[in-house]
Structures are given as structure tokens and as C-alpha cells.
Write a protein that binds this ligand. Structure first.
Ligand code: FAD
Ligand code: PHE
Length: 480
């Protein structure tokens, strides 16, 4: 039940492997209940994939390439997590820990769509007006001509037609249901004083050309239950979350630079070996929460059994990368009137993000690519300088020379080449015997991480998985 405390019991010792969100959340919740926790984290800072890059941040990748960010004060790149949906438990932790949040602009009618074959970008609002308009026209014609009489009564038909007329801004029956454009497309010059009715944009292009341009390719993104506005971000960077968790846990309980090298389950507890400051050390505890990525846990010698070992190896890992581009001026706001949001492109950069904060400031940071899979591997195999050149080359196609000339600093991350992470997220084999095995403790070791949830690639998954693990651990303690 709700007895999440150790009232009347001696404080059990728990060693937590990994100081990502799952490890931190486990220590935070267990600490509230009176457990004696120690986190072992290999990296120099807690947070794991929750990494915010600021001026001074240094990272050496698996290929031995070192980058040191020289972003200006106040400029940062959320290299991993960057957005939070309203329903996610991540926001409850922000509230509880006093981490202020602000909107993350995940959809913007004034952001752009650039498909290379079309040669020039189009605003989302224009693309949507045309696609919705022509789809409505087609469906209205089919409906009115009787093509759907098997599905619709006469009354249904009138209701569908009336919906389509407003949804697509199309003409009525007498106008043949035609889409002829709408001011939803936007203007070349917006309406003004007196008799200035504005100058509409050219277009729309013919129906076949609109569909051929494939501008509707990515419209459905913002319908997602996990991506629909409102979305949020912590003020000042996503790492405000691990920062606040670390403070609540107590810095003395978190050993940074501690690389775990062996895990041994024993009859009455767990022994964990780790390397820190050039020395090998051992820690003993009553229980362990193993919150490492499964593909890395699989490389650590342990005695948890062959079934556990093969289950850990059954999580395919996704590659992903981002580049942060700092600019000396906010030309996307001043010239293009794009205040936050995402430009979608079929170029290998995939997504270009405009900042959701610092509007009208002197400087700002654009995410010049956020890609996954083959595109992420392609950029990941380049040097940081080559990644920058390639990303800028692509961005210039959309934004012109300013994209190159106003750039001041950059930093890129290839998650699959990042030490102690070696991947962006996994595709869990949900429902398999191996997955279900890892939901159970192996001796005194309980597993946690977003990979043991149905919200992989979200901090929400890491939080709820950690809560499930510490709840199970606590039930065992209560039962004895
Ligand atoms: P991790 O963060 O992987 O933690 C594992 C920890 O183990 C790390 O700190 C690692 O250093 C440590 N470790 C590994 N090996 C050892 C060792 N041998 N010894 C000691 N320590 C070790 N989530 C969102 O909520 N919103 C988003 O917008 C979002 N976008 C994302 C975008 C990208 C590009 C990526 C990569 C992730 C994104 N996520 C997002 C997902 C989010 O980052 C993860 O779900 C969450 O951070 C996972 O936490 P975790 O504790 O399970 O794992
Ligand atoms: N959570 C990550 C993000 O929002 C990865 C993701 C992308 C998850 C798209 C679902 C859909 O960027």
C-alpha cells in the first residue's frame, strides 16, 4: 500500500548503478523512505543522456575526438532530452523539485517545410492550407457525387460536407466544392491600415503538384499523444532536472567518475566493483538497482545467469545525433518571423529546431540537425568540423548564406559514439520472455531504465521504471 517508509526497520543499503534519470529517481525515492543509497556513475556529471551542453562542457567520444563547447553565457544545447508532454511524470518531478518550466514550441505554423526536390521552403501554414483544402475538395466531391452512399445516409452526407467546407476552406456545392486558396496560407504582405487588404501569396499550385511536393509528409507528427502541444522544457536547460535530483539526494551519495567493472549477487546482498581515480574499489549493499543501458550492463562481468545475460543483449539500439549552432543574431525571428518550432526537411539533417526561449535576445542557438538511424551514423562517422560543414551546407539550402555567415560556435553529439551511453535509446522486445525476466529482480539486483518501460526515449519511461523497481524492492524489505 502507501507504506513507502522503513519505519521501525534499520536502513537498508542500496547501491545504484548509473546516475541517469532512472538511477537518480531510484535514489531520490528510496532516500525519502530512509534507505541508505550510493550511486556509482562513470561520467563526470550525473544525468546520463540528460545532458545540457554549455560553454565549457567538454566531451571526448569513443573515437578519441574531444570537443569543448565555447557557447556564450546563457546559450545551451539540450543534447539529449529537450521536450516534455503535459501528462508525463517528468513534470511532477519538476514541480516537486522546484524546477521551473516554460513552453517548448513543438509546432509552429510559421516554421518551414523543405523537401529538396521542390527547391524552396514553404511555410507550414501554407502547406497545411493547400493539403487540407485539396483533400477536402476531393472528399466533398466524392461524397456529393454519391461515391460514399454505401457508408453515408443523406443526413450524414450533409454533415460531412459541412465539416469539409470549413475544414478545407473550400467552395460550396454551387462552387463545385473547389479549393481556390484561403488567407490561411498567409500573405506576401500582411493586411494593414485603411484600404490595405494585404498581398496574398502566389498560389495555390494545382492539386497534383501539391501532392507531388509531398509537403504533407510530416503533418501527423504533431497529432502524437506524446508530441502534441503544449510541450514544456525546464528553464535554463534540461539538466536542471538531474541537478535538482542530485541536490535532493545529497552530493555525498553520488560517486562520479566511478566505472562499474563487476556485479556479484551473494546470498545476503550484492558486491559491486568499480574503478575510480585509478583504483579498484568494492562496495557491498543489501540490494542493487542496476540502471545502466542494457547493452552496457551486458558487458559487465556478473553472476546473474545466462538468461539475464542473453535478455540484456536483446535490445536493439538506435543511433541519434544533434548539432547546436550558436548565432550572433536571431535572424530567424527578426527576418523570417519564426519564433520557436521546427522546420522539417528530407535533407539528412531531418529536423531544424529554433529556440523556444530567449526571444529577441542578441544571440541564440539553433539545433542544426536532429537525426536518427542512417543519417545519425553518417554524421557520427565524421569529425566535429566535418559535421558542422555538412550541416551548414544543408541549412544554407533552406535559409541562405546567413546560416553560414552569422554562425559563431557549435557543438555536436553522436549518441552511439558517446562514452558510457553508446546509443540514443533501444527498441525493447516487449512481451518476450527476456524482457519479462528483467522486470523481475535477479537475486538482489533490480533493473531500471527507460528500456524497461513502454515510454523508451522519454524520461517519463526512466522515472516510472525506477519507481516500479524501488516499489518492488521495498515490498521485499517489508515482507521480511
Ligand atoms: P541513461 O541516461 O542512459 O543512464 C545510464 C547511466 O549509466 C548513464 O549516466 C551512464 O553514464 C551510466 N553508466 C553506463 N555505464 C556505466 C558504468 N560501467 N559504470 C557506471 N556508470 C555507467 N526524453 C524526454 O523526456 N524528452 C525528450 O525530448 C527526449 N529526447 C531525447 C533525445 C535524444 C537524442 C536522446 C538520446 C534521448 C531523448 N530522451 C528524451 C530520452 C531520455 O534521455 C531517456 O529516456 C532518459 O534520460 C534515460 O534515463 P536512464 O536513467 O534510463 O538511462
Ligand atoms: N523523445 C524523443 C524526442 O521527442 C524521441 C522521440 C521522437 C520519441 C519522436 C517519439 C517520437 O525527440
Amino acid at each position: 500500500k502507501s507504506d513507502f517508509s522503513l519505519t521501525g526497520r534499520s536502513a537498508k543499503r542500496v547501491v545504484i548503478l548509473g546516475g541517469g534519470i532512472a538511477g537518480l529517481a531510484a535514489a531520490y525515492e528510496l532516500g525519502k523512505a530512509g534507505y541508505d543509497c550510493t550511486i556509482l556513475e562513470a561520467r563526470g556529471v550525473a544525468g546520463g543522456r540528460n545532458l545540457t551542453v554549455r560553454g565549457g562542457t567538454t566531451e571526448t567520444d569513443l573515437d578519441g575526438q574531444t570537443q569543448r563547447a565555447s557557447f556564450s553565457p546563457g546559450i545551451y544545447l539540450n543534447a539529449g532530452p529537450a521536450r516534455i508532454a503535459q501528462w508525463m511524470v517528468t513534470l511532477d518531478y519538476c514541480r516537486e523539485l522546484g524546477v521551473p518550466i516554460e513552453p517548448f514550441v513543438n509546432a509552429n505554423a510559421d516554421a518551414l517545410i523543405y523537401n529538396e526536390a521542390n527547391g524552396k521552403p514553404v511555410r507550414y501554414r501554407t502547406a497545411k492550407a493547400d493539403v487540407y483544402g485539396y483533400v477536402s475538395e476531393l472528399l466533398a466531391k466524392a461524397t456529393d457525387q454519391g461515391a460514399l452512399d454505401g457508408q453515408l445516409t443523406a443526413t450524414d452526407k450533409e454533415r460531412v460536407l459541412s465539416f469539409l467546407q470549413s475544414f478545407g476552406a473550400i467552395g460550396g456545392r454551387t462552387a463545385g466544392w473547389e479549393y481556390q486558396g484561403t488567407n490561411r496560407r498567409g500573405y506576401a504582405s500582411y493586411p494593414g491600415a485603411g484600404n490595405d487588404a494585404g498581398t496574398p501569396l502566389d498560389g495555390p499550385a494545382a492539386l497534383a503538384d501539391v501532392f507531388a511536393s509531398n509537403v504533407g509528409r510530416y503533418f501527423s507528427f504533431e497529432f502524437g499523444y506524446d508530441q502534441a502541444m503544449m510541450m514544456f522544457q525546464p528553464v535554463g536547460g534540461m539538466d536542471r532536472i538531474p541537478y535538482a535530483l542530485s541536490r535532493a539526494i545529497g552530493a555525498g551519495r553520488i560517486r562520479l567518475g566511478a566505472e562499474i567493472t563487476a556485479v556479484t549477487d551473494k546470498p545476503d546482498g550484492v558486491e559491486v566493483t568499480y574503478r575510480r581515480e585509478g583504483r579498484t574499489r568494492t562496495i557491498e549493499a543489501d540490494f542493487c538497482v542496476a540502471a545502466l543501458p542494457p547493452h552496457l550492463m551486458a558487458r559487465i562481468p556478473h553472476n546473474l545467469g545466462t538468461a539475464v545475460q542473453s535478455a540484456l543483449g536483446s535490445f536493439p539500439v538506435t543511433a541519434s545525433g544533434k548539432i547546436g549552432l550558436e548565432y550572433a543574431g536571431r535572424w530567424w525571428e527578426n527576418d523570417l518571423r519564426i519564433y520557436g518550432g521546427i522546420t522539417e526537411t528530407d535533407l539528412d539533417v531531418s529536423h531544424i529546431w529554433y529556440p523556444s526561449t530567449g526571444f529577441h535576445a542578441d544571440r541564440g542557438l539553433i539545433v542544426g540537425y536532429y537525426n536518427t538511424g542512417a543519417n545519425a551514423r553518417a554524421y557520427g562517422s565524421l569529425t566535429p568540423e566535418q559535421r558542422l560543414l555538412r550541416a551548414v551546407e544543408q541549412g544554407v539550402k533552406i535559409h541562405g548564406e546567413k546560416y553560414r555567415s552569422e554562425l559563431t560556435h557549435s557543438f555536436s553529439i553522436a549518441w552511439h559514439r558517446t562514452r558510457y551511453l553508446e546509443g540514443a535509446w533501444t527498441s525493447p522486445p516487449w512481451g518476450s520472455a527476456g524482457y519479462n525476466l528483467l522486470l523481475q529482480p535477479a537475486g538482489h539486483v533490480h533493473f531500471a531504465g527507460d528500456w524497461l518501460s513502454h515510454e523508451v526515449a522519454w524520461q517519463h519511461g526512466a522515472f516510472v521504471s525506477a519507481r516500479a523497481a524501488v516499489t518492488a524492492l521495498h515490498q521485499r524489505v517489508l515482507a521480511h
